[in-house]
Design a protein around this ligand. Structure first.
Ligand code: NAP
Length: 344
């Protein structure tokens, strides 16, 4: 496959969004970051929320006109749906669809609602995606530091005009400072779900816990297990992030390198890869999305139980105590970060 084209600042035409009204529906992780970055880039941004939202006051304090979602959709030319994926279809049916008109643009930061067919907008409405490859709070903090988080764009409906809108939006949130790549709703949805399940969130959490448990069950101190299997991970990942896996190997000792290349494949085996392929096929067939929607609609019983079990794991207590001894480890209150990042 040829190398993907990387769009940068010179490819974006901010003029396509000038004098337009941009509505951000939802003011959580992604919503607050897009809204603040676009406002700081000089665009007219309004925020749409439901009547009892805890974020109304936060968004107002941060300088936005906040209104009910339906009203924001009526006023806006581009509407970003920044509500949780499983709530998007209901919000769309109730507040968005009745207020859409020809030529408006719906903008997503993840492709699931469109890819799974939960939302089916009319043919005369543009459908685009701008998906930063990082959490919302980093999208904001990087922007404030003059940097940017790379992003994916995609056009489901609307052709080149819609693509120009997506690129200008990506530029407005700072993504063209880092690089923007074009994808499709299908490719983004499937790779995003796979990455978070098999590697970034599911895979890494399970690997850390299993390593920690192996040392503790063998009689080693939990503090030692935490340092070796969790704390040092960031240092290694930072090296990989800066210079790739082989770059990381350049920095570690010969002994570590030998252990890495001979033992790593015994931990992540052919069997593990077979499981990864199964996880991918469940994503591609829609099985995962169906299961997740059913769990969501049934009140999230299993989801809440599994998360609560994770919070009770011994590594959480040990980690909390050790992190409190290390002043250089940022003790960020992620939940309060919207407010923290409000100032430019
Ligand atoms: P989030 O942090 O959970 O925030 C959701 C926001 O939507 C909250 O402000 C919430 O209100 C609001 N909301 C809930 N119901 C609503 C309704 N009926 N009408 C209007 N607003 C409503 O969500 P998120 O994680 O940013 O996810 C948003 C989208 O971004 C999803 O498509 C997700 O896949 C995508 N995405 C997220 C990340 C990330 O970093 N989290 C990364 C890439 C893509 P309250 O404030 O009152 O709760």
């Amino acid at each position: 496959m040829p190398a993907a084209r990387v769009y940068t600042k010179k490819d974006a035409k901010p003029a396509v969004l000038k004098n337009k009204t941009l509505a951000v529906i939802g003011y959580g992780s992604q919503g607050h970051a897009h809204a603040l970055n676009l406002k700081d880039s000089g665009y007219k941004v309004i925020v749409g929320l439901y009547p009892k939202s805890k974020s109304i006051e936060v968004a107002k304090k941060q300088g936005f006109e906040v209104m009910p979602t339906a009203e924001a959709v009526k006023k806006a030319d581009v509407i970003m749906i920044a509500a949780p994926d499983m709530k998007q279809a209901a919000i769309y049916k109730q507040d968005i669809e009745p207020n859409l008109s020809k030529g408006k643009t719906l903008l997503f930061t993840h492709g699931m609602s469109i890819n799974a067919g939960f939302i089916k907008p009319p043919a005369d409405v543009n459908i685009v995606m701008v998906a930063p490859k990082g959490p919302g709070h980093i999208v904001r903090s990087q922007f404030c530091e003059g940097k940017g988080v790379p992003a994916l764009i995609a056009v489901q409906q609307g052709g080149p005009k819609a693509k120009a809108i997506a690129l200008a939006w990506a530029d407005g949130i700072g993504a063209t400072r880092a690089g923007v790549i074009e994808t499709t709703f299908k490719e983004e949805t499937e790779t995003d779900l796979f990455g978070e399940q098999a590697v970034l969130c599911g895979g890494v959490s399970a690997l850390i816990q299993a390593g920690f448990e192996t040392l503790v069950e063998a009689g080693y101190k939990p503090e030692m297990a935490y340092f070796e299997c969790c704390h040092e991970l960031k240092l290694i990942v930072d090296l990989i992030n800066e210079s790739g896996i082989s770059g990381m190997r350049f920095s570690i000792s010969e002994t570590a390198k030998y252990g890495d290349v001979t033992r790593g494949p015994r931990v992540v085996t052919k069997e593990t890869k077979k499981n990864m392929k199964k996880i991918l096929s469940e994503i591609q067939s829609g099985k995962f999305t169906k299961e997740w929607k059913k769990e969501y609609d049934n009140g999230l019983k299993n989801y809440k139980k599994l998360l609560a079990d994770g919070e009770k794991h011994q590594i959480e207590k040990v980690g909390q105590r050790l992190r409190s001894l290390m002043p250089w480890v940022a003790k960020k209150n992620i939940k309060g970060a919207q407010a923290a990042y409000s100032a430019k």
